[in-house]
Write a protein that binds this ligand. Structure first.
Ligand code: HEM
Length: 511
């Protein structure tokens, strides 16, 4: 009997292997090298997931600048030559961004399928709201509101003078940036500015930040395709956030940003159900916070670890803030657009922090069979439905473009005159794309200007109001690479921060 079972199993296994071999994809003439690995569905997923940059570098060495990998059952064609990035980005006729992004977002956030013919026309209009409300005058308004909210949140948390407090730097950053960012986009609830209103708001905010982080922790699994129903904590957290963002509740908040107000109006016209609308707002909340929080963390962390960065940042902040506070009785800080733009040192610190911590992947879907011609003249046939992927970390950590690429250099993005530097080279050719934490082309982050402004404000205010020290400045932190592909990597652990209110901030710093 046992022998019989072994024979049957062997026969079935043989049929299955023959079937897999017959049906597995073969490279056609003109197509890039195909790397499928040994296992039928998994392909090279495990190699890729365990060390994306290492795997892609190795594969590039073996197969050249363009190759196709089978990852989690899908075919990804990676283009690794930085001079070909703009060629891929210009292919909007053959390469679609929305299809992938909207499908992904629907799966993770549980909102309606905006790719369906029922919604696709109106969703195009919703999409245009990003650019209309995150740039120009609206950006200025949003930035001013953020500065006000940051000061409210900081003022509330300031310890009594001379008392040192201890808190994880990540927890400190998340607490302050999440609340100020949330209030800026979604407005304040009616009791916010009443004396007892603030403590009520604070409890809600603590719950919201915890829910946000619980949902965000599960993001790598959700992105890999695990249904949210299997991640109970993430599901509960997402639904709790959605509950707070129901239109009924949002209608009772004051100072809602143009961005959210216009999205609410548009979704009301699309006749979505109330929970569906609230889930689109969770999606917007995630887009506005998930990268900003770790980016703000790294910017402050690197500033506190490097004496040169710290000194240059404080000198710049004193120059900008001292002037305006001399005659200002209530000590409220206002920063004009020109003043924010003039903070080139802070901008360089933020860009360097983004360069070191960004691990996003830019994905497009081929809407037809077509031939891609790279910068070198090499061609690659691409099949309809395949993904084309660009991995900016290739550029960000390339030693030819950035010498000592893993080192933090606060002035890497400054020229000899202390102005913004934008000429970076590879093979003695100037690069158009040398820093891509915000993506590029059709999928470029519409919130990028606001993100840099809010991190600048955060650095300026915390360094101005607090004495800040890392408990162990020599301990090296590494980014959590399990989130590679999802944007700015958070640290793999928190570090202890000691802080206290500065004594008599303005008069001391003015001297
Ligand atoms: C340091 C902070 C940030 C980083 C590094 C970042 C990065 C990115 C990247 C890489 C994408 C493109 C994703 C892709 O290609 O699939 C993106 C998309 C997006 N980001 Fe950001 N982002 C940041 C902050 C923000 C903020 C503050 C907002 C809004 C207030 C925002 C709103 C969005 C939106 C709405 C999209 C989707 C755009 C679309 O569908 O066309 N982001 N972000």
């Amino acid at each position: 009997m046992a022998n019989f079972l072994v024979i049957i199993t062997t026969i079935l296994l043989t049929f299955w292997i023959v079937w897999i071999c017959g049906h597995s994809r073969k490279r056609r003439k003109g197509e890039p090298p195909l790397i499928t690995g040994w296992l039928p569905f998994i392909g090279v997923t495990l190699d890729y997931v365990s060390n994306p940059l290492g795997f892609l570098r190795e594969t590039q060495k073996k197969y050249g600048n363009v190759f196709t990998c089978k990852i989690a059952g899908k075919y990804f064609t990676f283009v690794t030559d930085p001079f070909s990035f703009s060629i891929v980005m210009r292919q909007s006729k053959n390469l679609d961004f929305q299809k992938f992004a909207v499908g992904f977002s629907q799966r993770v956030f549980g909102h309606a399928d905006f790719n369906s013919s029922l919604f696709s026309e109106s969703y195009r209009e919703v999409h245009s709201i990003f650019r209309q409300t995150l740039q120009g005058l609206s950006l200025q308004q949003l930035t001013e509101t953020m500065l006000g909210n940051l000061q409210i949140v900081l003022e509330r948390g300031l310890p009594h003078e001379h008392d040192w407090l201890e808190e994880g730097l990540q927890s400190f950053t998340n607490r302050i940036m999440f609340e100020a960012g949330f209030l800026t986009l979604f407005g304040k609830d009616a009791g916010f500015l009443q004396a007892d209103g603030i403590s009520g708001t604070r409890i809600c905010m603590q719950k919201a930040v915890q829910d946000f982080l619980a949902f965000d922790r599960a993001f790598p699994l959700l992105a890999a395709g695990v249904p949210i129903g299997l991640c109970a904590e993430a599901w509960q957290a997402r639904e709790a956030l959605a509950e707070e963002l129901l239109h009924d509740k949002l209608h009772h908040r004051n100072c809602i940003s143009d961005l959210i107000q216009r999205r609410m109006d548009a979704f009301d016209c699309m006749h979505l159900d109330e929970t569906g609308k609230a889930r689109t707002h969770v999606c917007m909340l995630w887009a506005s916070q998930a990268n900003t929080l770790p980016a703000a963390f790294w910017s402050l962390y690197y500033t506190l670890r490097s004496v040169d960065a710290f000194t240059a940042a404080c000198t710049e902040i004193n120059r900008v803030l001292s002037g305006q506070l001399i005659n200002n009785q209530d000590q409220t800080i206002c920063l004009s657009r020109e003043q924010l733009d003039s903070m080139a040192v802070l901008e360089s610190i933020i860009e360097e922090a983004l360069r070191l911590s960004s691990a996003s992947i830019m994905i497009r879907v081929a809407s037809d069979d077509f031939t891609l011609t790279l910068d070198s003249g090499q061609t690659a046939d691409v099949r309809k439905g395949d993904y084309i992927a660009l991995y900016p970390q290739f550029i960000h950590l390339d030693p030819e473009i950035y010498p000592d690429p893993t080192e933090f250099k606060y002035n890497r993005f400054l020229d000899e005159k202390g102005q913004r530097k934008s000429n970076f080279f590879k093979n003695e050719r100037r690069l158009k794309h040398f820093l891509l934490p915000f993506g590029s082309g059709a999928s470029e982050c519409p919130g990028r200007f606001f993100a840099v402004n809010e991190i600048k404000q955060f650095l300026a205010l915390t360094l101005w109001h607090y004495d800040l020290q890392l408990s162990d400045p020599d301990a090296t932190l590494f980014p959590d690479s399990t989130r590679a592909g999802l944007g700015i990597l958070p640290p793999s652990r928190d570090v202890l921060l000691r802080y206290r209110k500065k004594t008599n901030t303005t008069t001391e710093q003015l001297r």
